[in-house]
Write a protein that binds this ligand. Structure first.
Ligand code: SF4
Ligand code: SF4
Length: 117
C-alpha cells in the first residue's frame, strides 16, 4: 500500500482526468477531418467529387443543379474536397453532430439546361 501513496495523493489533489461532456466538449483538432461544406455559388456540378468518392455517398445532378451528401455513409476521407476543381467543396474540422434521424445534406444551385444538339 505505501507505494501507492504518491498516486493517491496526486489524484486527490489534481483535477478530474475526464471532461464534463456535454457541458465542456472537446474542441476539434486543427487537422481533424469533419463535415463537408459545398458553396452552391462556385460549384459547377461537374460530378468529379461523386466519381472519386470511395463510399458513393455523393450524388450530383448538373441539369437540376443539385449536390447531395449522405454524412452517415461518408468515411470522411477528404478525397472529394481534394479533387474539387473549383474548391467550392471543402472539409471542415467539425465532426458530424449527433442525430436521431438519418438525413442527407442537399445543396441547390443554378440548374444547367441540357444543350440542344
Ligand atoms: S463540389 Fe466540386 S467536384 Fe463536386 S460537383 Fe461541385 S465543383 Fe464539381
Ligand atoms: S469525404 Fe470521402 S467518403 Fe466522404 S463524401 Fe468525400 S470522398 Fe466520399
Amino acid at each position: 500500500m505505501p507505494f501507492m501513496l504518491p498516486s493517491i495523493l496526486r489524484n486527490v489533489f489534481s483535477g478530474p482526468a475526464t471532461r464534463p461532456y456535454p457541458a465542456n466538449p472537446r474542441q476539434p483538432f486543427a487537422d481533424a477531418r469533419g463535415e463537408l461544406v459545398n458553396d452552391p455559388e462556385t460549384c459547377i456540378f461537374c460530378s468529379i467529387c461523386a466519381k472519386k468518392c470511395p463510399s458513393q455517398c455523393l450524388a450530383v445532378d448538373k441539369e437540376l443543379g443539385t449536390w447531395e451528401w449522405d454524412p452517415f455513409a461518408c468515411v470522411y476521407c477528404g478525397v472529394c474536397a481534394e479533387a474539387c476543381p473549383t474548391k467550392s467543396l471543402r472539409q471542415t474540422n467539425v465532426r458530424r453532430a449527433v442525430a436521431r434521424d438519418k438525413q442527407s445534406v442537399a445543396v441547390q444551385g443554378q440548374p444547367k439546361p441540357k444543350k440542344s444538339p
